[in-house]
Design a protein around this ligand. Structure first.
Ligand code: BGC
Length: 419
């Protein structure tokens, strides 16, 4: 994909507006098990029956109400939407594909297209069919072939309806919870198994990449990678630790796979040896907008288009969300624009924007889109339904959807393509 950055604004607007490149993708994201409801044949549903994690039950009933939800996304001036396909619905038994489920997702894709929302489709967002788990899950000898077959089948059925495909969501996050910390299915605590799973996930992505390209070489394929802004104080050991984590957590996977774009999920920063206190969201996670700039700069060397496939916070009372989005996007914009044009557009002298050149970086990062996590409040994994990430508030008793004030602030950004 050739890099094309062009701007469409009047000279008089340059003084006080900051623009994103033309064609910038603005959306929000969800994932099947977190919103659809009615899924009983995957590992999380089984873990809920075993009493180890909360049950998702009917969740947001999005499997039925997706049109209503996409109407909301459209009314909020979004032009894209990221969602995931539930593997256990599409392949309920090994090698037997349910064409009714495929047909459902075809309707979902059509509903997005009808509303002018560009689909970004995730093939695996952390939930696995029970038959796959019985075979040994990712540690099964042929797990990569099985995953590749599933991805190929879905794309054969739906590849003409979506240009952007994400094979795996945050491979390191779910594998470390599932195989190292032991608090998510399959509840294992074993460093060696974890490392083996990571390498199987790399293989699985690469097989899927090949299978998808064989169906349609024009599709854009990537992963949604959770990268953390690792930093340290001046202590050399902390510095070494941060360099190791940058290599292992942020780059090892990305360097080992074939990809047409990078999907970045940004939530966390970690400064080793740092005692500073930061503002927190409802989950107790620090709010650190500048970190998104730092991780974007780190990704520049891949020379691939970047889509921010997730960024968001839990904020039930909605007092922090609008500011959170705006501040993260200010840093995204700073990463996109070459210093000179940003200085020009914002009326600030290039010297005051010196930070942007501190790494010798004086050219922009090719960021092409942003998806807020999430469109709706939803099932937040081991935390159940308490954390509220949505632009839209869910009443889980009545299933009534209520747009939060911050969603309208985000709408202004999407509409004007600027902050
Ligand atoms: C995951 C989502 C999750 C969100 C908030 C991301 O890491 O992809 O599924 O809900 O973080 O925790």
């Amino acid at each position: 994909m050739a890099r094309q950055v062009c701007y469409n604004f009047n000279v008089e607007d340059l003084e006080n507006k900051k623009y994103f490149p033309n064609g910038f993708v603005w959306g929000s994201a969800t994932a099947s098990y977190q919103v659809e409801g009615g899924i009983e044949n995957n590992d999380w549903a089984q873990a809920a029956r075993d009493g180890r994690v909360p049950a998702a039950g009917r969740a947001c009933d999005h499997y039925i109400r997706y049109e209503e939800d996409f109407d909301i996304a459209k009314s909020l001036s979004q032009n894209a939407h990221r969602f995931s396909i539930e593997w256990a619905r599409v392949e309920p038994e090994e090698g037997k594909f349910d064409e009714v489920a495929i047909e459902h997702y075809r309707k979902v894709l059509q509903a997005l297209r009808d509303r002018g929302l560009e689909p970004f489709v995730t093939l695996y967002h952390w939930t696995l069919p029970l038959w796959f788990v019985k075979k040994g899950s990712w540690l099964a000898r042929d797990s990569h072939e099985i995953f590749g077959r599933y991805c190929g089948h879905v794309v054969e059925g739906l590849g003409d309806s979506a240009k952007f495909w994400i094979t795996i969501n945050e491979p390191l996050v779910f594998s470390s919870h599932g195989y190292l910390k032991g608090n998510w299915p399959p509840f294992k605590k074993n460093l060696i198994s974890w490392l083996r799973v990571v390498s199987k996930l790399i293989m699985s992505h690469n097989v899927a990449y090949k299978k998808i390209k064989a169906v349609n070489p024009n599709l854009n394929i990537g992963v949604a990678k959770h990268n953390i802004n690792f930093e340290s104080n001046k202590n050399p050991l902390n510095w070494l630790l941060s360099r190791f984590m940058i290599w292992f957590w942020n780059h090892h996977f990305l360097k080992s796979i074939k990809q047409d774009f990078i999907g970045l999920n940004y939530y966390f920063h970690r400064k080793f040896g740092d005692k500073e206190k930061y503002e927190k969201n409802d989950m107790g996670w620090d709010i650190y907008p500048k970190g998104i700039y730092n991780v974007l700069i780190e990704l520049k060397k891949y020379s691939k288009p970047i889509y921010i496939t997730e960024n968001g916070l839990a904020d039930a009372v909605d007092t922090k969300r609008a500011k959170f989005i705006k501040e993260h996007l200010q840093w995204v914009l700073r990463a996109i624009h070459p210093v000179r044009s940003l200085a020009h557009a914002s009326g600030v002298s290039p010297k005051d924007l010196g930070e942007a050149t501190s790494n010798g970086v004086n050219d922009g990062v090719d960021v092409r889109g942003y998806f807020y996590w999430s469109l709706l409040d939803n099932f937040e994994w081991a935390h159940g339904f308490d954390p509220r990430f949505g632009l839209v508030e869910m009443n889980y008793d009545t299933l009534e959807r209520k747009i939060r004030p911050s969603a309208y602030e985000y709408k202004k950004i999407c509409e004007s393509n600027s902050i």
